[in-house]
Write a protein that binds this ligand. Sequence first.
Ligand code: CTP
Length: 442
Amino acid sequence: MNEAPRRDRGPRDPASPLVGANIVVAVTGGIAAYKAAELVRLLDKAGAHVEVAMTARAQKFIGAMTFQALTRRPVFTDLFSLTEEAEIGHIQVADRADLVIVAPATANAISRLAAGRANDAVSAIVLATRAPVLLAPSMNVNMWNHPLTASNVRKLVDVARYRVVGPGDGFLACRWTGPGRLAEPADIVEAAAHVLSPQDLTGTRIVVTAGPTYEPIDPVRFVGNRSSGKMGVAIAAAAQRRGATVTLILGPSALTPPVGVATMSVENTAQLQWALADATKDADVVVMTAAVADYRPAKEEKQKLKRGDLGPKATVDLVANPDLLAELGKKRGTKKTPLLVGFAAETDDVIGNAQKKLATKKCDLVVANNVAEAGAGFAVDTNHVTLVDTSGAEDVPTGTKYTVAHRILDRVVAIRKAASQPTGRRGKPATSGKPKGRPRPS
Ligand code: CTP
């Protein structure tokens, strides 16, 4: 995505880019204007400071009072209001905005914005702001498909550097079916979060492995583990939001991969190994979150084993799986190897064991967690990890897996930055940008 000119207000936490952000929702006159109320509510709930501007036509579909109640702030409706404009309000709103979202953006509004008009509260704020502008179009399908609308949108994207979310495809209020529906409010919020997130992984190709492996015994049985894939999927989503090109290699998991992330689904270690060999060819970073089985059954039965087949006392012979992370580590120095991040699922001496894995698997970073701790490890939505590298151990407090994912990526960014500096040493960041916590007792 292209960057719009923007005043520097200091870095936003990529884990919660909407918190404290000044967002103007500019509502124009289409039937989907009522959905802007839900958008405002979601942005407010996410911690943004929301102000609303409306055209006169938008007020025919939804009252300004609704937005005033949702935002607890005055709504901008009139460029010539003696009260709203006592201190040139539309310029103040435009100036303090971190983001302006035009939702719905009707064909008429898009045309006026593309012409650089500034004859109402919405167009004046959009033209005056230096913040990024996100358009959420909504109109009849034929209006959307019209070459003039297409050319106006292209102009707004190419010349003004505006971003566009949607429109969605479906049954429209005008009874036509096709593209023209306002994007879902939740998707507009996600697009807003994306625009406001630091894009410090742009141009970085990241491979993330996630989930368990199921090592087959026969067509219906397997040897597996309790990994849900949540941590790895959170890392993939977080990296994508920060601008990385992400490939997710996902073991058997009930999770839906994040939208826009190229996903390779695998079942067992052998498939994971093939997928990894392919995906890591030109990767800059590999994050091995997957709980790869250390052993697999020596033999995979082609037919289902029947109860009597194994007798009263059965054993399953296991053979060791290759250590995929260690294999990547072994390639170190022979050619340009990606930055390697391993995980260490431990139940005792967490930091000691993680340090051993850091050395034996030749990683740049090991993310250690005590899987026996409540609120950490497998299947839960939170995690508590320690980042272990050659510079020491940093405690990352318990948080959602998505927040923890960003703290891991903060460190990846810091290591890459240190490595790219002439005196920087691979694997030892100058600073992670966060104060070092005390090592967590295991
Ligand atoms: N790993 C791997 N291949 C394996 C086993 C593990 O690539 N066959 C990777 C995991 O993805 C993880 C790291 O190695 O990033 C550590 O995995 P973990 O299960 O904690 O450790 P193991 O190496 O299996 O050692 P142990 O089970 O003895 O702790």
